[in-house]
Design a protein around this ligand. Sequence first.
Ligand code: PMP
Length: 283
Amino acid sequence: RTVYVNGAYVPENEAKISVFDRGFLFADAVYEVTCVLDGKLVDFDGHIARLRRSLAELKMTLSVTDEELLAAHRELVKLNAITEGLIYLQVSRGEADRDFLFPAEGTPATLVMFTQEKALVKSALADKGQKIMTADDIRWRRCDIKTVQLLYASLLKNEAKANGVDDVWMVLDGQVTEGSSNNAYIVTADGTIVTRPISNDILAGITRASLMRCAEEHQIKIEERPFTVDEAKAAKEAFTTSATGMVVPVIEIDGVTLGDGKPGPVAKRLREIFIQFSRDAAI
Ligand code: PMP
């Protein structure tokens, strides 16, 4: 693979990052994952807008323009001949002697990007539906910033695997916040989609925003409010959204089967709608 490191396109085994990089030592870094469909970028503008917000919240500066980021994404797609998959982008506060205090102003950020080929539209998990378990949301309360502090999510995914389920929904004060790496939704008896409103407690998913537009265009009602685990277990359907998963139905929560145990019609329809929308809007 050819990867991008601070302006250079290099073979992955020649890419170098300092041992003193703050991303490595302090998880002082933010990231984005943009999908590639048909060799084109899905919701690039949304991902870059969220990247800028994450950087601003952490007072990090990146002297690379949006146009340059777009060009780099396209160059990586081309160099690695990606038709379907993703581009991972990470910005850290750069390299400095280990110190909790930020490095001197002018210390350049570290920007790396790489591609990953991956089938997105065809998904065994989406066909089958995912089983979910729940766990306390013990993350810091700035989950709106997309940092690389993913240790808890990683622990939870491994716990899910050990328990024979596919993923974890996190619970704060009795209510579901989000999945370990996705936003969470339930579908009520009258077909309304319910999802937690945007706040510091969840990541504002780019897929979430697109899904809401899709739902609106197709006259599917969305209600933004928190919901409990009990409400989720009693729901007609449930599903998650993320850039790489798109829309993935949920068929079980904490051992309780939803509906008939198969992906529900609303989630399946939204997945179809979302895939078409993404293909049409990709640049
Ligand atoms: N919440 C969390 C915690 C995530 O890690 C992700 C995926 N990065 C999402 C939500 C979904 O965001 P997006 O739709 O932008 O991929």
